[in-house]
Design a protein around this ligand. Structure first.
Ligand code: FE
Ligand code: FE
Length: 180
């Protein structure tokens, strides 16, 4: 049923639609490019402020990946013949602001701060997962299959990061439970 639906939608895309869809696609790439670039700075701050070594390491690792994501986007811009340009992403700006608020409102060296940072980071990952999933679908619709594969690579890393953060959060719960 789902497959039929998808097919139908693809068939309905006219040449004119395709040009507009490409525009939407490029705009989406610019938005996530801004997000990745700004996220790299935010993750450095989050790592510095995290309490546990595991969370610090997770943020640092994802910081490296985030730089890869920005570089991958530059490669994508080149492949589709567009200039790599960042366009301010209001959603990511807000999510980064939330992370900063958590640092301000929690005490240094506490697990409460780590739980807050994990919450903020997972919101970021979910935003990225939604963005990359849609962009990958549009790339396929436009026939940019290599670009779709590149977007999938980033999408996989965002998903892995999200799972890792869930595992860290669960480990905290278990630790807390064993103390009591
Ligand atoms: Fe990313
Ligand atoms: Fe990410």
């Amino acid at each position: 049923m789902k497959a039929t639906k998808g097919k139908k939608a693809t068939k309905q895309i006219t040449e004119q639609d395709s040009a507009k869809l490409k525009e939407l696609f490029v705009d989406g790439l610019k938005d996530i490019y801004w997000a990745e670039k700004n996220l790299a700075k935010a993750l450095t701050k989050m790592s510095k402020n995290a309490t546990s070594e595991e969370l610090k390491a997770a943020f640092e690792q994802h910081n490296t990946e985030t730089e890869e994501h920005a570089a991958r986007l530059e490669q994508i811009f080149e492949q589709i013949g567009e200039k790599a340009q960042a366009k301010k992403c209001a959603a990511m700006e807000g999510l980064i602001e939330e992370a900063n608020e958590i640092i301000e409102s929690t005490d240094k060296g506490t697990m409460v701060r780590d739980c807050g940072l994990i919450m903020a980071a997972q919101k970021v990952e979910h935003y990225e997962i939604a963005s990359y999933g849609t962009l990958r679908n549009i790339a396929r619709t436009l026939g940019h299959n290599e670009v779709a594969d590149l977007l999938q690579q980033t999408l996989d890393q965002e998903g892995e990061t999200d799972h890792k953060l869930t595992e860290l959060a669960e480990a905290y719960v278990n630790e807390e439970a064993s103390v009591e």
